[in-house]
Design a protein around this ligand. Structure first.
Ligand SMILES: Cc1cc2nc3c(=O)[nH]c(=O)nc-3n(C[C@H](O)[C@H](O)[C@H](O)COP(=O)(O)OP(=O)(O)OC[C@H]3O[C@@H](n4cnc5c(N)ncnc54)[C@H](O)[C@@H]3O)c2cc1C
Length: 256
């Protein structure tokens, strides 16, 4: 299918970090600034034969950074992620000029506390939020929001941004980070929380005293985590308008 070139810009990879054989981050330099809000996604495209294969990816970087960053999981049978996985520093791909999405911090409710729950790459939009607030804090503007980030992964090396998030949590009072590992038998050195995100959701709602009167909740990544967490939150009395979700793929496609 023909693509309308004016809707895209070409970006060049300036950095690539492989976190595991199927998880990596890339930083790209755009030709022109891509306006976006923390939490939004960009549409990436790679030309394959006569067509452009496109998918959405949450933006990891802050709008205050000159480069864009993405955190990608390889889906071996997938259309785009194997093409992206082959690209290295100096290679180029396409990005739609318009960022999209409504998975941004809830400012409508007046809630100052934000409980951000992710599976693996689902931490990407939260990184953009955290980096933006951290830059504001560095500039002397105390953030008017508290972030509580709960990230689940099979093994600890999949967290990718753990050092950065631990660093913010050590430095600032407005951010907490809880990583949880679901396959500790494959990661014997792991000493943190064990289970799935939804297994420890209640514990941290209680510990941080988060409820529907003071907090909004965000769920990003694996569709089954999102479905399970939504059930727990509903039973806890969270109204729909205080729960935002970003499904990375459709539920029927993957056994849990
Ligand atoms: C708003 C939004 C933001 C997203 N942000 C990110 C991001 O930051 N990082 C990221 O890696 N992905 C992200 N995704 C998912 C991404 O858009 C692609 O769907 C994913 O990279 C797979 O693309 P693919 O072309 O390789 O596979 P596809 O050809 O699209 O899919 C092949 C099959 O795998 C299933 N599938 C898709 N993703 C996964 C997965 N992760 N695990 C298991 N099965 C899967 C599909 O449902 C399908 O059945 C996001 C999706 C959305 C909607």
């Amino acid at each position: 299918m023909a693509v309308s070139e004016e809707k895209f810009q070409q970006v060049r990879i300036v950095e690539r970090k492989d976190h595991s054989p199927d998880l990596w981050s890339v930083r790209v330099r755009p030709e022109a600034p891509l306006p976006f809000q923390p939490g939004q996604y960009a549409t990436l495209g790679v030309d394959y034969g006569s067509r452009r294969v496109e998918r959405q990816y949450s933006i990891v970087s802050s709008p205050l950074e000159p480069e864009l960053e993405f955190f990608v999981e390889l889906v071996p049978q997938g259309g785009l992620s194997p093409l992206l996985h082959k690209l290295h520093v100096g290679d180029e791909f396409h990005v739609r000029r318009q960022a999209k999405g409504r998975f941004t911090l809830d400012v409508e409710s007046g809630h100052k506390r934000h409980f951000l729950v992710a599976t693996v790459t689902g931490v990407a939009p939260y990184m953009s939020m955290a980096r933006t607030l951290a830059r504001q804090a560095e500039a002397g503007n105390q953030p008017d929001a508290e972030l509580f980030i709960l990230q689940a992964a099979s093994r600890s090396w999949e967290f990718a941004y753990r050092d950065e998030l631990d660093g913010y949590a050590a430095k600032y009072g407005w951010i907490r980070y809880i990583p949880v590992v679901s396959r500790p038998w494959e990661d014997p050195g792991w000493q943190g929380e064990v289970g799935r995100a939804e297994d420890i959701l209640r514990k941290y709602l209680d510990q941080f005293e988060l409820d529907s009167t003071n907090a909004s909740v965000y769920l990003c990544g694996h569709p089954q985590m999102i479905a399970n967490a939504k059930g727990i939150l509903r039973r806890r009395g969270f109204q729909k308008e205080f729960v935002r979700e970003e499904l990375y793929w459709l539920p029927s496609t993957r056994a849990t």
